[in-house]
Design a protein around this ligand. Structure first.
Ligand code: PLP
Length: 483
């Protein structure tokens, strides 16, 4: 399998999965994609139906990572997707299912269900990919005799998923910046209670944007970056996207009895990483009818899928909402879909994303490209705070199921796209306990808390407060990577 950049640089070079695993953007600023999508035969699909999650992950990963020896990849996927890591804390069912499907009920002549993706250690779907990434990184670094220092900024979900994936991993350190005293008590405790010596929590005296600016400043210091072996784990990482392809297959098998059936997925979306994996599953031949993109008030993607106009937002137009992990101003993985939509034309992709930088967006209606969006199954919708509250209430009273705010955005939009006879699977992206304040507003009661998280906020915390100053962060990193 060869990988290419959406902007075309190095088209005559060969890039393997391992080559791009530890990196971020391609050097031309594009994103990596496989040179072609592997096609799944009907025999394979029939055989995969009976596999465990870990073995399904192995089959799918081996289509994309042929340069990793099969026995090594088998070991990595089996160690990652175990019931020990993905405790099915809510239903006490067989934990080895990893991503159980919960049927809510029948609406408009079809079943509406939730695919549980938040049974991992940080109770959000980012664990699904990040746990695999931790094991892949450790494996690749040991093989190359290298070390990696991950630098990131977080306002919640990504940072904790990265820390729980990398804790205790050989050759990796994590330096995670978060805005001091700005995260919820639960999220703060999740991150700061980690005592592993390779995890460094830096509480920055500032807001999330200050944290991001520091990461950018450090990354732009190329000498420092090379010397300290600085890397990232952001959502454009290809291995994260491909790890997510697996649960679209698992969800399909759980919702159907035969491979002649089709299903639709609704995906609470921010950076387009999750739904991009659905697009790839569909391109591989998984019988997906519709991919429904659900956004919150930050509706960049909904606007595109309704109108054909992609318009990124400035900071004044980016809202802090009660589904905060979807609060984005532009969707960093969207370029991967645009590349496919335009028939894989890197020159046009380069021009369009130059227009994003210079003019704030682009319009695919006039060029005639937008009509083809339908062929890719995409539709969309938007949800607001009031919708979220009403949906959490409705699902709780109707089906006795408590859902989080992001999943509520998904359910709200899914209901606008139900088709009789086509099961609708909403991807459940977090557990309600992470967003307790909104649950209390909606239901006037405390969110359900998995037993393992009792008393979390009382555990001793380990973190360092630093000023919003890139040089101070660099000094801290240098002092903690010296041998
Ligand atoms: C990150 C996140 C999302 C958005 O996923 P993208 O891949 O950025 O589209 C949705 N819900 C939750 C809970 C998240 O943590």
């Amino acid at each position: 399998m060869n990988y290419v950049s959406t902007r075309g640089a190095g088209a005559d070079e060969h890039h393997s999965f391992s080559d791009i695993l530890l990196g971020g953007l391609a050097r031309d600023g594009g994103l990596y994609l496989p040179a072609e999508y592997p096609q799944i035969s009907t025999e394979e699909l029939a055989r995969w139906r009976g596999l465990s999650y870990a073995d399904l992950a192995f089959e799918i990963l081996s289509k994309f990572a042929g340069d990793i020896p099969a026995e090594d990849l088998r070991d990595i996927t089996r160690r990652t997707y175990t019931g020990e890591t993905y405790r099915n804390v809510r239903h006490g069912e067989d934990a080895s299912k990893i991503t159980p499907l919960t049927t809510l009920g029948v609406e408009n002549g079809t079943t509406l269900s939730l695919l549980e993706l938040s049974n991992g250690p940080t109770l959000a779907f980012k664990d699904m990919a990040m746990q695999l990434l931790g094991n892949l990184f450790e494996y690749a670094l040991a093989k190359a005799g290298q070390e990696l220092n991950i630098l990131g900024a977080t306002s919640g979900d990504t940072g904790s998923a990265a820390e729980y994936a990398m804790r205790g991993k050989k050759g990796v350190r994590v330096f995670m910046l978060s805005p001091h005293k700005k995260m919820s008590a639960f999220q703060t405790a999740q991150m700061f209670s980690l005592q592993d010596p390779n995890i460094f929590n830096l509480a920055v005296e500032g807001v999330f944007d200050d944290c991001q600016d520091i990461v950018k400043a450090v990354s732009n210091d190329h000498a420092f970056k090379a010397q300290q072996k600085i890397g990232t784990v952001n959502s454009i990482n290809w291995a994260r996207v491909v790890a997510q392809v697996v649960y679209y297959f698992a969800g399909y098998f759980a919702a159907t009895k035969s491979n002649d059936e089709r299903v639709s997925f609704t995906v609470p979306s921010g950076n387009f990483g999750n739904v991009c994996a659905g697009h790839i599953a569909r391109m591989m031949g998984l019988p997906i009818e519709k991919l429904v993109v659900a956004t919150n008030e930050n509706d960049v993607l909904d606007e595109f899928f309704r109108t054909g106009i992609y318009r990124v937002r400035g900071s004044a137009e980016t809202y802090h909402t009660t589904s905060p992990s979807m609060d984005i101003s532009k969707a960093s993985n969207f370029e991967r879909f645009v590349y496919d939509l335009l028939g894989r034309d890197p020159a046009r992709v380069t021009q369009l994303f130059r227009d994003v930088e210079e003019k704030g967006g682009f319009d695919l209606v006039a060029s005639g490209d937008f009509v083809r969006v339908k062929q890719f199954g995409f539709v969309s919708g938007r949800s607001s705070h009031d919708d979220r509250i009403a949906t959490i209430r409705d699902i709780y009273s109707r089906y006795k199921t408590m859902i989080d705010t992001h999943t509520a955005d998904g359910v709200k939009v899914a209901r606008e796209h139900l088709q009789p006879g086509v099961p609708m699977i909403v991807l459940e992206t977090a557990q309600p306990v992470k967003f307790g304040e909104t649950i209390r507003e909606a239901l006037d009661r405390e969110p359900e808390r998995p037993a393992a998280f009792e008393g979390l906020e009382a555990l001793p915390q380990r973190f360092e407060v630093v000023p919003a100053d890139a040089q101070r962060v660099k000094d801290y990193i240098a002092a903690h990577t010296a041998h």
